[in-house]
Design a protein. Structure first.
Length: 319
């Protein structure tokens, strides 16, 4: 009897291994919780194009924006755990885990992290008319003019969290104005309707070069080649604000380990290819090297970090 059961178990394992070895046998869909043309969408399409070639199956991108990316994230959390429905996540996922009363998923239980993909610095920018040139001057000005300064971001965006972290560190008095996305917030800073924001380098760079935005600091660890005169937040006196936006690939919890390993290996291969790295860099980012275990730890760290900021900043739960 024992021998019969053992044979059956071994046969089952062999069958599972064979199935994983044949993965993928049909197209894969990567769900994105943002509209086409945004940073997450751009990075996903860079990945999908090369991933299709490596795996020999078409990799489709499905945009499902809304609710701070929660619609897409919850959709993938409830998808079949077979490796054919994935999601490219950004910081909103670990942020919304705490910020939303019911985001529709549990970021610590509902996913199998596959790999980090890319990371990109952010920029503190102000309208050129604001008489400040550094983060310290911005904080001092806000204290001298309480209640007068506004910043705009999408709710739950990494940009909002970085600004709130800076406010905690500097004691700055800057009010949050919610926007549906970064494009309208940026437009209003350029137009002078609000005074400041935290923006991506890819989006704000041209406005800085045109003199329509004034850059105060970058969240990068080192000064940026494109803007060598802009200090880092650490140089500005706020090292804890050194936080980048990032992107990474996730599968539903329960996806077979061999399938996750196949996808992770493909991502690692792409991140070592100069052509892919150049495309990532052209979109203002650099590779985020992290396999399944490291990416899991990374996400858990993000949940802890932003959970503490949300609590310390006394941000209301989004219903």
């Amino acid at each position: 009897m024992i021998r019969t059961v053992l044979i059956a178990v071994l046969a089952m394992i062999a069958g599972m291994s064979q199935a994983a070895a044949q993965f993928p046998e049909r197209p894969i869909t990567v769900v994105v919780g943002a509209s086409a043309g945004g940073g997450t969408d751009i990075q996903t399409r860079i990945m999908a194009e090369r991933l299709s070639q490596i795996l020999g199956q078409q990799v489709l991108v499905d945009n499902k924006p809304g609710a701070g990316s929660n619609i897409a994230t919850a959709f993938v959390a409830n998808a079949d755990p077979d490796g054919y429905t994935l999601t490219m996540i950004a910081p909103a996922v670990p942020i919304n885990h705490t910020l939303y009363a019911n985001p529709g998923f549990d970021a610590t239980k509902d996913f199998a992290p596959v790999a980090g993909w890319a990371q990109a610095p952010l920029m503190f920018v102000v309208h050129p008319s604001l008489p400040v040139s550094t983060l310290k001057e911005l904080a001092d000005y806000s204290k001298e003019h309480p209640g007068e300064l506004d910043y705009g971001n999408g709710v739950g965006f990494i940009n909002q969290m970085v600004m709130e972290l800076y406010k905690l560190e500097a004691g700055a008095d800057i009010q949050f104005v919610p926007y549906k996305g970064m494009a309208p917030a940026r437009t209003d800073v350029v137009g002078g309707q609000i005074e400041t924001t935290v923006d991506s380098l890819a989006s704000s760079g041209a406005f800085i070069e045109a003199g329509e935005l004034k850059a105060l600091a970058t969240t990068a660890k080192e000064r940026l080649e494109r803007f060598p005169d802009v200090p880092t937040v650490a140089e500005a006196g706020y090292p804890n604000v050194t936080r980048n936006t990032w992107y990474g690939l996730m599968a539903p919890a329960g996806t077979p380990d061999d399938v996750v390993a196949t996808l992770a290996a493909a991502v690692a291969q792409m991140q070592g290819e100069p052509e892919v790295v150049e495309k990532i860099a052209a979109a203002g980012a650099s590779p985020l090297i992290a396999g399944p275990a490291d990416f899991t730890s990374f996400i858990n760290g993000e949940i802890e970090t932003w959970g503490k900021v949300i609590e310390a900043a006394k941000m209301d739960k989004v219903q």
